[in-house]
Design a protein around this ligand. Structure first.
Ligand SMILES: Cc1ncc(COP(=O)(O)O)c(C=O)c1O
Length: 393
């Protein structure tokens, strides 16, 4: 008789893996002297006025180190409600329709755990944000991948064909990580119509909504009453205000659904970290000049990244990013799987990239490149890739 496995790891956990972003960074640390186009983090430090404000509050206010209400501090919920109204035309009730979470990540997982039962299906247009895949598995669900078009737009007919009686949700990141695409309002509306017609929820991740290179902020469908009960919107200040380590985000949804998501949030975390909630308040009230300057820098980095890729036309093709700080580069120098190509680049050129296949089958044949890093780092990475390719890869 075979002996039982110890410790007894759940099937749920055995079904998931550490994200490729972390795995590549760990591998790079072992190799040493690597430069990164892999990080999902802008290089900026937390704005100094935010740090100063939180430092003072921690010194002066004894409540700043204690739990808040489960949904978060009322004044922060009200401040976010105001921002949503002013920036996206979305009206929410700050008492019942928003919950502050431990980054967008916790909000996404709490939402999936609320919507998805064992073997339910979640549609993921792919390339998709890699962690959605693991989160769907954690919730016991099954990811149903629907490839985006070659220009990274939605294939609505394919989405329609993928819907079954077990479809509970569709997850969309807009602007998209990893593609840098901004979905048109008409695409988002068409998805919401399908959600109403077929009875599922569109989980829309607006982590990068602040970063659109041309035109206005993409449509936030929670603002439209017709879709109110078919949309959950997730947001975060991680990228916008360089607060990735502070862990602050939020979920907005109709009150009935919010009350259910809240139960998961309460069981998992009690509340978002209180110092981070104060940081969020300070960030939202800070001088808008900081954000303007960061965006200007990211535009320069995007242009640099595209210029460098243009200089390697024989080796890469790509769709110019319209938002976020990523580009999916299709490699033309190999027929191999993206994991193998990214590993060869890591060992041969000492450059971290993320294999496209980690974003679902629609990402295969690509590498995700981030231009969140400094210009010098971006240039160094491309110099190394170019040198490596010129010597035969
Ligand atoms: C699309 C997307 N959603 C969510 C997250 C996680 O955000 P947070 O730091 O707020 O948990 C990331 C981080 O890279 C992301 O790219």
């Amino acid at each position: 008789m075979s002996s039982p496995v110890f410790p007894p790891i759940s099937r749920r956990v055995r079904s998931i893996a550490v994200s490729a972003t972390k795995a590549m960074a760990q591998e790079a640390a072992r190799i040493g002297d690597c430069v990164s186009l892999g990080q999902g983090v802008p290089s900026f430090a937390t704005p100094p006025p935010v740090v100063a404000s939180v430092t003072k509050i921690l010194q002066d206010n004894p409540a700043s180190g204690k739990y808040t209400l489960q949904t978060g501090m009322p004044e922060l919920r009200q401040r976010i409600a105001r921002a949503l109204r002013e920036e996206k035309g979305v009206d929410i009730d700050p008492d019942n329709e928003i919950c502050l979470t431990v980054g967008a990540m916790e909000g996404l997982l709490a939402t999936l755990l609320t919507l998805v039962d064992q073997d339910d299906e979640v549609i993921l247009p792919t390339p998709t944000y890699a962690s959605y895949i693991e989160q769907v598995h954690l919730a016991g669900g099954r990811p149903v991948f629907v490839p985006l078009t070659a220009g990274w737009t939605l294939n609505l007919e394919a989405v329609r064909a993928a819907i079954t009686p077990r479809t509970r949700a569709l997850m969309l990141c807009n602007p998209g990580n990893p593609t840098g695409n901004v979905f048109a309002d008409s695409e988002v509306l068409a998805l919401c119509e399908l959600a109403v017609e077929r009875g599922f929820v569109v989980v829309i991740d607006e982590t990068y909504a602040y970063l659109v290179y041309e035109g206005r902020t993409p449509l936030s469908p929670l603002g439209l009453s017709r879709y109110r009960h078919h949309v959950v919107s997730i947001s975060s200040l991680s990228k916008q205000y360089a607060l990735t380590g502070w862990r602050i985000g939020w979920v907005t949804a109709a009150s009935e659904l919010m009350a259910q998501i809240m139960k998961v949030h309460d069981a998992a975390t009690i509340c978002a970290p209180t110092p981070a909630q104060f940081a969020a308040l300070a960030a939202l009230d800070s001088d808008p000049g900081w954000l303007v300057e960061c965006k200007a820098q990211l535009i320069r980095r995007r242009d640099l990244c595209c210029r460098r890729l243009d200089g390697m036309r024989n080796f890469f093709s790509y769709v110019e990013p319209k938002g976020a700080f990523y580009v999916m580069a299709r490699y033309l120098f190999s027929d191999g799987p993206s994991q193998e190509v990214a590993t060869r680049l890591l060992y041969g050129a000492r450059v971290i990239t993320i294999p496209g296949a980690s974003y679902g089958p629609g990402g295969e044949g690509h590498l995700r490149l981030s231009f969140g890093g400094e210009e010098a780092e971006i240039n160094e990475a491309f110099d190394r890739i170019e040198g490596w390719l010129q010597t035969g890869g």
